[in-house]
Design a protein around this ligand. Structure first.
Ligand code: FES
Length: 157
């Protein structure tokens, strides 16, 4: 709890106490802890003098602000129209098969979470996915498998 309090205080000092600071503060917490827990939501609400429901609503509206624990590598496949037309469904089913999870789930070893997200601005190079902050575009099932293998190799080292 002390750790969360300190993190939030630092972020509030950086971004200010106005409502406009809510998103950057939530992003700071996710960057540090990978997700938002109910305690963080309550603490941010207290600091900014907002209701916890308001803060929670903002956090869950933006799918980038995770409110449940995620795997070490969070995969987000773009589900918006251009990527849909260029084959995102095939990419999702490839990922589901090789990771042995469905969208919204995390692998048992907590290495990967598979999610979908809205347009990431790479529409001309779909299908697109993000793994953490890294963008992968022009995906094919083969390329997707290769990328996941690379992450698996990295996690062994
Ligand atoms: S539609 Fe997928 S990146 Fe824009």
């Amino acid at each position: 709890m002390e750790e969360s309090k300190e993190l939030i205080k630092k972020s509030v000092a950086k971004h200010g106490k106005s409502r406009n600071a809510l998103m950057p503060i939530l992003q700071d917490i996710v960057a540090d802890k990978q997700y938002l827990e109910p305690l963080d939501i309550a603490l941010v609400a207290e600091e900014l003098d907002l209701s916890a429901a308001d803060v929670y609503g903002t956090a869950t509206f933006y799918t980038f602000l995770d409110t449940v624990p995620r795997g070490k590598n969070v995969i987000r496949v773009c589900r918006t129209i251009s990527c849909y037309m260029s084959g995102k469904d095939e990419i999702i089913s490839t990922l589901e098969k090789i990771l042995n999870i469905k969208v919204g789930e995390t692998t048992i070893d907590r290495q990967f979470t598979l999610l979908t997200a809205n347009c990431m601005g790479w529409c001309h190079k779909g299908p697109v996915m993000l793994i953490n902050d890294e963008v992968y575009h022009s995906l094919t099932p083969e390329k997707t498998i290769e990328i996941i293998q690379q992450y698996r190799e990295k996690s062994k080292n």
